[in-house]
Ligand binder design. Structure first.
Ligand SMILES: [Zn+2]
Length: 249
């Protein structure tokens, strides 16, 4: 027999199911400047992985910055934190993951707590690799990669910037070259095409959305000076706020 109570319970169940299917992320309320912290999940060792969403949260223009995916390449965290604490950019919904690999940062290792190189763990052209470039047991085997995957498929950023070290160059990663070139100019870095690695985050992002541009920024060795970090943060806002502005390349 169909009763109203059952229908309401069914509707609630459906909402819960949809929420689980959509992988709802826990978001704190926005602060007075409109920024909010979003819980993306936990690392292998249970450390929190968080994103900060800043700018115009309703803007159609969306971008992502990842400060650190390889734990022994942490210089980009300073840029990410500057962006997270700066005045929110206008007309841009900016997502910042300061640290995607908190276990690696804590241990000073490239990989996560299982020794997996997260930048070989994404689905596009994934290959089984061992050693320092271990790609995991399967694509997205690691909770850290899954956290980034879920956020990216939900947010759909037009521009994504992933910081690494220590080649000191902007990588031509396969998205729009004009954006990479403009970033390099604004950041005071050179531009080069580094090898395209199987299972990389930018490879997957550029494959999944041909309109999007994801690229790697290889920072120099060591920590960034405050001035250098500030210039890089300006470069991020410069190319993500208006990626179509190729006028000054
Ligand atoms: Zn790296």
């Amino acid at each position: 027999m169909h009763v109203r109570g059952g229908c309401a319970a069914g509707a609630l169940g459906l909402v819960l199911l949809l929420c689980i299917a959509a992988d709802c992320v826990a978001a704190a309320p926005a602060d007075p400047l409109g920024r909010r912290t979003v819980d993306l999940g936990s690392s292998v060792d249970g450390r929190a992985i968080r994103a900060v969403e800043t700018g115009d949260l309703d803007a159609r223009q969306r971008a992502l910055v990842v400060g650190c995916i390889h734990g022994n390449e942490p210089a980009g965290i300073a840029v990410a934190n500057l962006l997270a604490h700066a005045a929110p950019p206008a007309e841009l919904d900016l997502w910042i993951i300061p640290v995607l690999n908190p276990d690696g940062v804590a241990a000073g290792t490239r990989g996560d707590a299982r020794g997996v190189d997260l930048n070989r763990n994404f689905p596009w052209r994934w290959q089984r690799l061992h050693g320092v470039f271990s790609s995991g047991s399967k694509p997205l085997s690691e909770p850290e990669s899954r956290a980034a995957y879920r956020l990216i498929t939900r947010v759909d950023p037009l521009v994504s910037i992933w910081f690494h070290q220590h080649e000191d160059v902007v990588d031509e990663s396969g998205g729009r070259l004009a954006i990479e070139r403009r970033f390099a100019r604004l950041a005071g870095l050179g531009l080069a095409r580094l090898p395209r690695e199987p299972g990389s985050a930018v490879g997957w992002e550029n494959h999944r959305d041909s309109a999007a541009t994801a690229f790697v920024v290889e920072l120099p060795r060591g920590a960034l000076s405050r001035q250098r970090a500030r210039r890089l943060a300006h470069a991020v806002v410069g190319v993500t706020t208006d990626p179509t502005d190729d006028s000054r390349r």
